[in-house]
Write a protein that binds this ligand. Structure first.
Ligand code: HEC
Length: 87
């Protein structure tokens, strides 16, 4: 009887922790993607707005300019993810 109450509490705690942790990981990731975008994409011109281009237009543009900026494939992917999530 007692142990099932304890189990329920532990389970609840695990669920709460995993939800709050998951949230902060996602936030951190999107913040660092947006920082990477800001750091990489305004050395030659002003920073474009994510809403300037569509989901179809961004991937080839980020690839083109990312390669010019000597970014890694992983960095290009992260910038693309950020732009598509915010356009
Ligand atoms: C090495 C310099 C350089 C860097 C770094 C750079 N760009 Fe550019 N970008 C340019 C130049 C030059 C143009 C305008 C002329 C052209 O079409 O090439 C331009 C134009 C653009 C345009 C307008 C193109 C259009 O067809 O409307 C977008 C959008 C853009 N850049 C996005 C980015 C993004 C996103 C990044 C970061 C991954 C980035 N740029 C980094 C040089 C750069």
């Amino acid at each position: 009887m007692i142990s099932s109450v304890v189990n329920a509490l532990i389970l609840g705690l695990i669920i709460v922790l995993s939800i709050s942790c998951g949230g902060s990981i996602v936030d951190e990731e999107s913040t660092s993607n947006s920082r990477l975008f800001a750091a990489s994409c305004q050395s030659c011109h002003t920073l474009p707005k994510p809403t300037d281009k569509s989901d179809e237009e961004w991937p080839p543009l980020v690839k083109k300019y990312g390669e010019q900026a000597k970014l890694t494939v992983e960095q290009i992917d992260r910038i693309t993810i950020y732009l598509l999530a915010n356009n």
